[in-house]
Design a protein around this ligand. Sequence first.
Ligand SMILES: [Zn+2]
Length: 237
Amino acid sequence: MTEEIFSTDAYARSCEAIVVASSEEGAILDRTVFYARGGGQPGDTGMLRWDGGEARVTDTVKQAGEVLHVVEGSAPTVGTEVTAEIDWDRRYTLMRTHTALHCLSGVVFTRYGAKVTGGNMEPGVARMDFELEAISVEFGREVEEELNARLAEDRPVHVGFMPRAEALADPDLIRTKVNLIPEQVDPIRVIEIEGIDKQADGGTHVRSTGEVGPVRVVKTESKGKANKRMRIELVRP
Ligand SMILES: [Zn+2]
């Protein structure tokens, strides 16, 4: 199994690694800073560099449980020592966007009791769907105001690991359907934004909500009965 450095250090931009598998599609490394697409967060892009060569990583995906670096051209061969470096600006914007979504889900749940039904993000823009009967422009403005007030409090974001049995009994995690995580996953990775939100989650986040900066609610729309969508974007690039 690849050591997933991003899981405990989201700010690591590059690492030295050894190629453990190589194919036409790409390379699998013994350790990596590249996040594989999942949980609504896109996979990282970047570069693999080695003695006498380099390859652009256009996406990172999970393949049979492993982190596959999808490369343009030829992947380095098994045993090659590489430097793996992510496109940091893109990733950092994703970390801010992802953290904003956690805060959004926390605010909507705390104030309106509505659970999340889905979500997705691109760097700087995201959408989240809620179990709500109705939505309006005014609702969007109210949420935006509350969300920005919480973000500006510069709340710390904690990454932790919790035994599965404990996680299954945690009321905050039950709300976000921790029971749907495959049974063999133990301990469970938990992201807690102090006083705002707590979720089982594999993605990358910033250290504190101040790094997100202000957020705009750009659209509110209905996606069916008891399913309403909000689109947000980061104000700072
Ligand atoms: Zn997350």
